[in-house]
Design a protein around this ligand. Structure first.
Ligand SMILES: Cc1ncc(C[n+]2csc(CCOP(=O)(O)OP(=O)(O)O)c2C)c(N)n1
Ligand code: SF4
Ligand SMILES: [Mg+2]
Length: 286
């Protein structure tokens, strides 16, 4: 597929929004990997960033706020031939969807979750999000945020995600690199992508952008991506921290485990029609 074939509606984001960059690189990924239309699944919750599936001409769903991951898990478990991509914001992922984030990570469901973190609720016009830094003035914290922000990288690692990476929309090559590596990972792959909200949090990530006088440091080459403690330490660096793959390990996925159960069960029901198998299950539950 080419970008021309895969682009749908014109994105409704504000001019200059970081989310444009993530979408452009998703198109690039699809082009580069020569993915077929019917093999692309793009799922999102609610938020500016979650409007993502509208702009992709392929299968996808703009689902309920914070519930993109359970919906995407169902697709991933029932359609092993698809790669499932989930896009969303920091509010969608870590506020209302915080519990699903932890559980999808620990279950190691094969999908790629890219959180476009802008440190604010953009769609609803500037409320404090779980990643807003202390002191951030918003409509919900007019004197400045008092709650300690969460650290998405630490949270992903401790929840059991098997691929954890960090990137920023101002470095397109790096975003693409992270998306490719995430897609190739057999398990739950999580990317925190800093994506500036130019409307409600302008300049939030300048310190990570060399064009704005900041620094973009890649994860040191000596870093062992299988070392959980080292990954956790990287995640604890003060902003702007490091960018790249913090953690990556191979563990059996829920997909593989369920496929195994299905295979062994199928031998017990050979010759039966689907509805008879279902009936058997209902009878068992009586
Ligand atoms: C159940 C429910 N609660 C609240 C809302 C209102 N709401 C819509 S988007 C959003 C937060 C969006 O923030 P984020 O996920 O960070 O996305 P962004 O717009 O910043 O990309 C909220 C609170 C909703 N749509 N549904
Ligand atoms: S409000 Fe912010 S996050 Fe939403 S489209 Fe505009 S710049 Fe992007
Ligand atoms: Mg946000």
């Amino acid at each position: 597929m080419t970008k021309k074939e895969i682009a749908a509606d014109h994105p409704t984001w504000c001019p200059g929004c970081g989310d444009f960059s993530v979408l452009a690189l998703y198109f690039k990924l699809i082009e580069k990997r020569k993915m077929w239309h019917e093999k692309i699944t793009t799922v999102a919750g609610i938020g500016c960033s979650s409007r993502f599936p509208y702009f992709v001409q392929a299968h996808g769903a703009h689902y309920i706020h914070g519930r993109a991951l359970p919906f995407a898990s169902g697709i991933s478990l029932s359609r092993p031939d698809l790669h499932v991509f989930v896009f969303g914001g920091d509010g969608d992922a870590f506020s209302i969807g915080g519990n699903h984030f932890n559980h999808t990570a620990r279950k190691n469901i094969k999908l790629t979750y890219c959180v476009m973190d802008n440190w604010v609720y953009g769609l609803t016009k500037k409320q404090t999000s779980p990643t807003s830094p202390l002191g951030f003035k918003s409509k919900t914290d007019q004197w400045g945020a008092v709650d300690y922000p969460i650290n998405p990288m630490k949270q992903a690692i401790s929840a059991g995600a098997t691929f954890v990476a960090r990137t920023t929309h101002t470095n397109p090559n790096h975003v693409l690199q992270m998306m490719e590596a995430a897609m190739d990972h057999d398990g739950f792959s999580f990317i925190e992508c800093l994506s500036e909200c130019v409307e409600f949090y302008e300049g939030a990530f300048d310190a990570s952008n060399p064009r704005k006088g900041g620094v973009f440091n890649e994860v040191p080459k000596t870093h062992d991506v299988t070392d959980e403690l080292a990954a956790y330490k990287l995640a604890g660096e003060p902003f702007p921290g490091s960018f790249g793959i913090f953690y990556k390990v191979n563990k059996p996925t829920k997909n593989a485990k369920e496929a195994e159960i299905n295979k062994s069960f199928q031998s017990k029901v050979t010759g039966l029609k689907d509805w008879q198998i279902l009936q058997k299950n209902f009878d068992r539950m009586k």
